[in-house]
Design a protein around this ligand. Structure first.
Ligand code: PLP
Length: 450
């Protein structure tokens, strides 16, 4: 409870004593003990409040302790807490039906996993097994998860220490107008040249060897990179022409982040396989999965699919997923994401960009935005070097510390402050969080040269 110094000490001691943490040097971390959460906020044991602009790991779309989600889990736990996947279950079947009904034309079924990385593993296995081909093309500046093939597909430093677990993965460049790999000066050029690059890479790798191209629909942790007009339809056209499957990774952006059920619904593209996790039930119980097209599903009508998981379609997780659909509809979540993004965030970030020389670019959509921080707007030199740590990362860490000091828990990545609050955040809290960022950027401004 609040003000309970004893509890705070015990939580910290047990954590430091016994918990081995992700992505961390175990001797150099001091995780904040969290006592309570509600909606877009959480509190430590001292009662210090944090406004969560990160939705934890961009999974808490409906906020902490949403009564509808809690009740759905309690009801399911009271009825049937678990059942193995070879038996049929009401919550699992209902959730699969709702997901398919809200998916692309030709979507046929859902395979459930325990999270995002496994969803990627299974999407790739479905693609390889149904096509008889092995090679996977994925992009630089992507994150697809930390298991074998998913970490190999990842196109950023988290892969480096794990290279190479799956030798049949090849990386290519996607569009990123602000730091174009194609010397493009307009979004149109960026689209055209990124597509030409992909086409060429497919030719050189051999279209007959490639099972799938995999993309985050909107790149998440690696920068909130919204695809320029025409890019996704262009990728679809190329992959279709070469008989290659298109997998869209919607683990971070599915379920409302961009103001659509699935982000691809805003970009005129029809995928073959779609991975989801996080927002499907806000992570209240671990859940992920793959939406499967009719054609891929067909490949496993007569022969068995070689794969499975003990907890595939766990009833507690699926009950929370069904409740997510009900809550989204009842609370008009998609409408409020679009409204808050265009009416509150976009104009305010424009103002922030005009005011702070350390902001090189702002970009995003819905409740998903990034401020790219620079030392020099003219050269676009980032505030801290790529993959910086220690002293080199100090200027960016100082901005993050200023946010936390003021009660905001930011989504910090590289040289970017990213904005991804729970979709249920109140307008007042959203504005307050943007005020805190506005103030904290003075720290970044102090490092600007010239
Ligand atoms: N794919 C994307 C786009 C992600 O953002 C993530 C996690 O951040 C993953 C996959 C992996 O998901 P998980 O951490 O649930 O394995």
């Amino acid at each position: 409870s609040f003000g309970d110094a004893e509890a705070q000490r015990e939580v910290r001691e047990n954590d430091r004593g016994y918990v081995f943490h992700s992505w961390s040097a175990q001797g150099k971390i001091d995780p904040l003990p969290v006592a309570r959460g509600e909606g877009a906020k959480f509190w430590d044991y001292d009662g210090t409040e944090y406004l969560d602009f990160s939705s934890q790991l961009v999974n808490l779309n409906l906020g902490h302790q949403h009564p509808g989600l809690v009740k759905a889990i309690q009801d399911q736990a009271g009825r049937l807490t678990t059942i193995q996947p070879a038996l049929a279950n009401d919550a699992r079947g209902e959730l699969a039906k709702r997901i398919v009904e809200h998916s692309f034309e030709g979507a046929r079924s859902v395979f459930f996993t325990n999270g995002g990385a496994e969803a990627i593993e299974y999407a790739v296995r479905l693609a390889r097994q149904s096509s008889g081909k092995r090679k996977i093309l994925s992009r630089y500046r992507s994150y697809h998860g930390s298991t074998g093939t998913a970490i190999t597909m990842t196109g950023e430093p988290r892969r480096w220490a794990n290279d190479v677990i799956d030798g049949e993965v090849v990386h290519f460049f996607g569009p990123y107008a602000y730091r174009s790999a194609f010397w493009a000066e307009t979004p149109e050029q960026e689209t055209e040249r990124a597509l030409a690059h992909l086409e060429q890479q497919i030719q050189l790798e051999g279209p007959g060897t490639i099972a799938a191209v995999v993309l985050e629909t909107v790149t998440g942790t690696n920068g909130v990179l919204v695809p320029p007009p025409g890019y996704l339809p262009g990728v679809r056209e190329i992959t279709e022409r070469h008989g290659i499957l298109l997998i869209l990774d919607e683990v971070m952006v599915g379920f409302g982040r961009t103001g659509e059920w699935f982000a691809y619904q805003g970009f005129d593209v029809r995928p073959d396989l779609v991975t989801f996790a996080k927002g499907v039930n806000s992570g209240y119980v671990p859940l992920g999965g793959v939406v499967i097209s009719e054609a891929v599903h067909e490949a496993f009508v007569e022969r068995p699919f070689p794969g499975g998981l003990t907890y595939s379609g766990h009833p507690l997780a699926c009950a929370a997923g069904v409740a997510t659909f009900d809550i989204f509809e009842r609370e008009g979540i998609l409408e409020r994401v679009r409204d808050l993004g265009s009416r509150v965030i976009e104009p305010r970030l424009r103002e922030i960009f005009e005011k702070h020389p350390s902001v090189g670019e702002y970009r995003g959509t819905g409740l998903f935005w990034a401020l790219e921080l620079v030392r020099d707007r003219a050269t676009r030199e980032p505030l801290v070097p790529f993959n910086a740590s220690g002293d080199a990362a100090a200027p960016f860490n100082a901005v993050v510390a200023a946010c936390k000091e003021a009660g905001l828990w930011p989504f910090a990545a590289g040289n970017r402050l990213q904005i991804a609050p729970p979709l249920v955040i109140s307008e007042e809290d959203l504005v307050r969080g943007l005020d805190i960022i506005d103030e904290a950027l003075k720290v970044a401004d102090s490092y600007v040269v010239g």
